[in-house]
Design a protein around this ligand. Structure first.
Ligand SMILES: *Cc1c(COP(=O)(O)O)cnc(C)c1O
Length: 393
C-alpha cells in the first residue's frame, strides 16, 4: 500500500518556492467549482484587477498564464518574436540564457549582451548593441536575476528600448512583490512573473502583462504563434473581454483561489510597505551575516533584498552544510547556480518568507552548523547585529 504524503514543515529560504502562508494554503483547499461558473468568472475579473495593481498597469491584456514562470517567459517570446526578428538579449545570469533559447526557438536572431554574473546589465553595452543592430525589434532582460541576486535598472533599459523603437520584454519573476515594478511608468511592453517567489503563492502560475504596442505587434503577426497553448489571441478569448468567455483550457481553479488570496494580502499590506519590509529584513540579514564574518557576493547598490548571495567561506563543505540545515533545522537555502555553483549560497527573503522570524532563524541555524563544521566565524554576534537593524524603526 502506498500511503498519503505528508511533507514536513520546512522554512523555505532559497530562490523559490518561498513560504506559503496558511491563508493562501487555506484558499487552495476551498471547494472546486466549474471554470465557466459565473462565480469563477467573477474571480477571474478580480484576479486581473489585482494583477494590474501589482504590476502598476492599466494594460487590458494582463492575466495569469496557467503554468509556471518559464511558461510566462515563453508566452512573451512566442507571441512577440516572429521568424527573422532580431532580439537583443541581456545575460548576467542563468535566466538570460533561457531567453536566448526562446528567441532562437521562435526563429529569431538573438544578439547577446553579456555581463559578468553578479553584476547588473550594462546600459552602455546595450546602447552599443543597438548601434550595431539598429533593426533590433526587441530588447529582453531580467529585472531581478535570481541566480546571482542582482537588480538591473529596468526603468532605464525600457526607456532605452523605446528610444530605439524596440519593444521590451522584462523578466519580473523574482521582482514582483519584492521590489518596485512599474509597468506603465517604465513603458514595459511585455512582462512575466511567477507566483512562488515574492507573491508567496504556490508554484504553477505565471502573471503576464502586455502593453497596447505589444498587442498591436501580436495582431500584425504574419506567422501563426508556434504554440497553440500560449497564443495570446486564443487565450484572450478566455481571459479577455467582459461578455462571453470561450473555452480554451481548464484554468487551474484552486491555484487561482490561492493566487487571488496572495494578491489580496499584498493589496492589504500595500506595495510600498511590502517593499520596505523586504528591504528591512535584507539589511538585518546582511548585518548578521557580516557580523559573523561572512561576505556578500554582490555590491551593496546592486543587491536584491529578496535574494541574498553570500560567498561560501573557504573550507566549508557546501552540500554538507545545506543538508545539515535541511535535516536539523528544516531550513532550505539555495545553492549557487551556473558560474556561481559551489561559490555562493542564495538566501531568499521572499514575500511571506521575508520576516524577522526567518532572518533570526536563518542566522542562528547557519551559525550553529558552521560551528559544527569547525569553520572560523565570529560567533555570538549575528543576532545582535540583526536586532540592531530591527530596532532602528
Ligand atoms: C524562478 C525564475 C524563473 C522560472 O520560473 P519557474 O516558475 O521556475 O518556471 C524565471 N526567471 C527568473 C528570474 C526566476 O527567478
Amino acid at each position: 500500500m502506498t500511503h498519503s504524503f505528508y511533507p514536513p514543515q520546512r522554512t523555505l529560504m532559497g530562490p523559490g518556492p518561498s513560504d506559503v502562508s496558511s491563508r493562501v494554503l487555506g484558499a487552495l483547499a476551498r471547494p472546486t467549482i466549474g471554470h465557466l461558473d459565473p462565480l469563477f468568472l467573477h474571480l477571474m475579473d478580480e484576479i486581473k484587477t489585482l494583477l494590474q495593481f501589482a504590476f502598476k498597469t492599466n494594460n487590458a491584456l494582463t492575466l495569469p498564464v496557467s503554468a509556471p514562470g518559464s511558461a510566462g517567459m515563453e508566452a512573451c517570446f512566442v507571441n512577440l518574436v516572429s521568424p527573422g526578428d532580431k532580439v537583443i538579449v541581456c545575460q548576467n545570469g542563468v535566466f538570460g540564457g533561457r531567453m536566448q533559447e526562446n528567441v532562437e526557438r521562435c526563429g529569431g536572431i538573438a544578439v547577446m549582451v553579456q555581463d559578468t554574473w553578479g553584476e547588473p546589465v550594462s546600459l552602455d553595452k546595450v546602447e552599443a548593441a543597438f548601434d550595431e543592430h539598429p533593426d533590433a525589434a526587441i530588447l529582453a532582460f531580467v529585472h531581478a536575476e535570481t541566480s546571482t541576486g542582482v537588480h538591473s535598472d529596468a526603468k532605464a533599459l525600457c526607456a532605452l528600448a523605446a528610444r530605439r523603437g524596440a519593444l521590451s520584454i522584462v523578466d519580473a519573476v523574482t521582482s514582483l512583490g519584492g521590489i518596485d515594478v512599474a509597468v506603465d511608468e517604465w513603458g514595459v511592453d511585455a512582462m512575466y512573473s511567477g507566483t512562488q517567489k515574492c507573491l508567496s503563492c504556490v508554484p504553477g502560475i505565471s502573471p503576464v502583462t502586455f502593453s497596447e504596442r505589444a498587442v498591436q505587434r501580436i495582431k500584425e503577426r504574419k506567422h501563426k504563434v508556434q504554440s497553440w497553448f500560449l497564443d495570446m489571441q486564443l487565450v484572450m478569448g478566455y481571459w479577455g473581454g467582459t461578455t462571453k468567455r470561450a473555452y480554451h483550457h481548464t484554468a487551474p481553479i484552486n491555484n487561482l483561489y490561492a493566487l487571488h488570496e496572495s494578491l489580496v494580502m499584498l493589496q492589504e499590506e500595500g506595495l510600498a510597505a511590502a517593499h520596505a519590509r523586504h528591504r528591512r529584513n535584507h539589511h538585518a540579514l546582511v548585518a548578521g551575516l557580516e557580523a559573523m564574518g561572512l561576505a556578500m557576493a554582490v555590491a551593496p547598490e546592486h543587491r536584491l533584498p529578496q535574494l541574498n548571495s553570500v560567498l561560501i567561506p573557504a573550507g566549508v563543505d557546501d552540500a554538507a552544510l545545506r543538508n545539515a540545515l535541511l535535516n536539523e533545522f528544516d531550513l532550505e537555502i539555495g545553492a549557487g547556480l551556473g558560474a556561481l555553483a559551489g561559490k555562493t549560497w542564495r538566501i531568499g527573503l521572499m514575500g511571506f518568507g521575508s520576516s524577522e522570524r526567518n532572518v533570526v532563524y536563518c542566522l542562528a541555524a547557519l551559525e550553529a552548523i558552521l560551528q559544527q563544521q569547525d569553520v572560523a566565524i565570529m560567533s555570538g554576534k549575528a543576532l545582535k547585529a540583526a536586532r540592531a537593524v530591527f530596532a532602528q524603526d
